[in-house]
Design a binder for this molecule. Structure first.
Ligand SMILES: Cc1cc2nc3c(=O)[nH]c(=O)nc-3n(C[C@H](O)[C@H](O)[C@H](O)COP(=O)(O)O)c2cc1C
Length: 225
């Protein structure tokens, strides 16, 4: 067996909470995270980039297949770049809503009231484009990544959670296809756009569809053996 360097428990910051503390903390976390809502109207208030940096550092701490960390995050704050992204995203979205989307999909979207207009891309102070890397390149060598979608999904969830905890709102946006992001953001072809996050404070008159808050009950989403 290969000899592996290891930390021992006392070097690690594992918490040693009592069951009572765990119950309180898990409930506190649930009460906070259930208030997260996708927002489609943002104020253009300035946000300190260090908050975004901490959210990305949190995402970067995520577990990943063989710890290969198959992700790249692009933070967009420049107005012109946002405008370019909006133009391309709206082209794809118009195509989707008018021609590509099957009726079933459009029916599923009806309660959200979304359409091809993506004003929020220009209004929000930050966009974060998350890319998944099928393989990485180091010293001109290809390194295959494993469980890419699962890893990037987990990292994205942690990023969103950190943004919510910091007091920011966000939207997961997925115009399809998103290949225009590679061109605009100058990302190489081994990277595929995963999601585009729109980040900022919600507009003061923001409205969110009631439908979004209706989550399935514990019994419906869980089995216990
Ligand atoms: C992978 C993924 C893709 C999404 N894509 C879009 C999108 O392109 N446009 C949009 O308005 N909302 C998008 N959403 C947001 C969902 O509509 C939203 O999460 C859902 O309605 C539940 O609302 P909530 O986030 O407030 O709980 C997406 C969410 C996920 C997880």
């Amino acid at each position: 067996m290969h000899k592996v360097k290891k930390y021992i428990a006392e070097d690690l910051k594992f918490s040693n909470q009592t069951i009572k503390e765990m119950k309180i903390n898990s409930k506190k976390f649930y009460n906070k995270i259930k208030e997260r809502r996708s927002v489609r109207e943002f104020s253009n208030d300035k946000i300190d980039i260090n908050i975004i940096k901490n959210a990305i550092l949190s995402a970067g701490s995520a577990p990943s297949g063989a710890n290969l960390q198959p992700w790249h995050f692009v933070v967009i704050k420049n107005k012109n770049v946002k405008k370019k992204i909006r133009i391309e995203a709206e082209k794809e979205e118009e195509n989707f809503y008018k021609y590509k989307a099957p009726k079933e999909w459009l029916d599923a979207l009806t309660p959200l009231g979304t359409d091809e207009n993506k004003k929020f891309i220009e209004n929000a102070p930050y966009l974060i484009a998350i890319f998944e890397k099928k393989f990485s390149v180091s010293k001109n060598k290809k390194i295959k990544n494993y469980y890419v979608k699962e890893s990037v999904g987990i990292a994205t969830g942690i990023l969103i959670t950190c943004l919510h905890f910091s007091g920011l709102a966000m939207l997961t946006h997925t115009p399809s296809p998103m290949t225009f992001l590679n061109q605009i953001l100058k990302r190489p072809s081994n990277e595929k756009p995963f999601v585009l996050l729109i980040v900022g404070r919600p507009d003061k008159d923001v409205k969110v569809p009631k439908f979004a808050k209706q989550k399935k009950a514990f019994e419906e989403i869980t089995s216990i053996f």
